[in-house]
Design a protein around this ligand. Structure first.
Ligand SMILES: Cc1cc2nc3c(=O)[nH]c(=O)nc-3n(C[C@H](O)[C@H](O)[C@H](O)COP(=O)(O)O)c2cc1C
Length: 435
């Protein structure tokens, strides 16, 4: 197993808050155990001077918390609950692309879910967390069903100002293939554009490309070359379907290689230009344990503390590397995923320039892990993520505001941009005193 390098910049201990803020947060946390305020954002703005607005793929979202693609975003009733809980955005379950004849090169991924287990996991640094282990893969109904579900979800989202985003797994050539099944890209993307254009005629559609790899059996060098080729080609293939009308997001994954390769992936997507460049990134999908077994499966994906440690560590190395080059830098908009089980972790991703946070596991925890007495899991998660007096996002944004001298009323999006553009200052500030 590879050496363990924990991230250097961490938010440790308790947030430093004024007595007044601390008392107010405790009061809100307790008051909202029986129900969140109807307009969370205006409450947070008027009470704490924090504007929760942010951007996902360049599009405005009312707050930075969203649901990541998975088993919890494949039915309208789930999207309705997310909308009622006040989530900023939802990424729908990944659909497996197909061509006009109904053929799917990634068909192996389109199997019905059979089992899902939520379990405790201990990270290499000794921290306890949660992971979801499951068997099953992508959307297994028809593509037309997915289009209709997307349409329905867009209507639900419009009612509460919650952005809805589709996720697709298109054909990716293996090392033995020297062609791209472009017809899958064209047919699937066009079908998804139908409902999007109906609801948002003036806006380009954001779309996440799920990159969970399928390279088992290939050699290491071949795999690496292959992955870099995918990253270089996918954005142009999707953009070409309807130029100017699609924002392509690459959901980066943790490959089975060292951090250096993760950095090469991040460099490659930033160096691409024109239609070959993605419009935004999601960083980063789960780790893979080739030895772990689940039911009859050997090798499973996992999350928990190792996932956030690795993602935070790679992102800080990436930022440090870019600044060391001293070139003029453009950063792609970043949405974070990976073990975001508290506002504290969300703020750690924000320190690395992530402007939104998308979660799966936190919406599946046992009831004993939340503090609200009533409500759905998305509501209970929002309550913890925002209002927890020591681990919530508000507490840590207040802490960071005082530390960095941010103005009252600054938005989450502006805070993320500030951190990203001044990473060397952020790093010095934290690595210096360990807070
Ligand atoms: C049961 C389950 C199903 C998932 N399905 C998908 C999927 O279809 N597409 C995708 O891009 N990511 C999928 N993911 C990854 C999540 O979207 C998310 O990025 C990842 O779990 C990390 O977030 P978390 O630590 O909050 O769970 C899935 C994760 C789980 C646990």
């Amino acid at each position: 197993m590879e050496e363990y390098f924990p991230p250097r910049v961490r938010l440790r201990g308790k947030p430093r808050l004024s007595q007044q803020d601390s008392a107010q947060l405790q009061k809100d946390f307790d008051d909202f155990r029986d129900g969140l305020p109807r307009l969370i954002e205006s409450h947070v703005n008027s009470t704490y001077g924090i504007d929760l607005k942010s951007k996902y793929a360049g599009l405005p979202v009312k707050n930075p918390f969203g649901k990541a693609s998975g088993q919890l975003s494949l039915a309208a009733h789930q999207v309705e609950r997310d909308s009622a809980a006040g989530l900023g955005f939802v990424i729908l379950k990944t659909v497996i692309a197909q061509n006009s004849h109904g053929e799917q090169s990634m068909w192996e991924w389109a199997i019905p879910e059979t089992r899902m287990t939520v379990e405790r996991i201990r990270g290499r640094g000794g921290k306890e967390g949660w992971t979801v282990t499951w068997k099953g893969r992508g959307w297994y109904k028809t593509l037309e069903d997915y289009r209709d579900f997307f349409d329905q979800a867009l209507s639900i989202g419009a009612g509460s100002g919650m952005l809805i985003v589709p996720s697709v797994k298109y054909h990716l050539p293996t090392p033995d293939e020297d062609f791209w099944k472009e017809d899958e890209y064209v047919f699937t993307t066009n079908l998804l554009l139908e409902p999007w254009k109906k609801h948002n005629p003036a806006l380009a559609m954001p779309l996440e490309k799920d990159f969970s790899p399928t390279l088992a059996g290939s050699g290491r060098a071949a795999q690496q070359a292959n992955i870099l080729e995918w990253l270089a080609n996918v954005p142009a293939l999707v953009h070409a379907v309807d130029p100017g009308k699609i924002r392509v997001g690459l959901k980066m994954f943790n490959a089975l290689f060292e951090d250096d390769f993760q950095l090469r992936m991040l460099d490659a997507v930033h160096k691409a230009s024109g239609e070959n460049q993605a419009d935004f990134l999601i960083y980063a999908n789960r780790l893979f344990d080739p030895q772990k077994t689940y039911l009859d499966k050997v090798g499973v994906a996992y999350g928990g503390p190792d996932l956030s440690d690795r993602n935070l560590s790679v992102l800080e190395k990436f930022l440090a590397g870019r600044f060391a080059l001293q070139e003029k830098m453009e950063f792609l908009p970043l949405s974070a995923t990976g073990d975001i089980h508290s506002g504290r972790i969300a703020a750690e991703y924000l320190l690395r320039g992530c402007s939104t946070f998308q979660m799966h596991t936190i919406f599946q925890l046992p009831d004993s892990e939340y503090a609200m007495n009533t409500g759905s899991k998305p509501e209970k998660a929002m309550h913890m993520l925002l209002f927890h007096p020591e681990d919530g996002l508000i507490a840590w944004l207040l802490h960071l505001r005082a530390k960095f001298g941010w103005k009252s009323g600054m938005s989450v999006c502006e805070m993320a941009g500030w951190c990203r553009n001044r990473w060397p200052d952020v790093e010095t500030e934290f690595v210096g005193d360990g807070r």
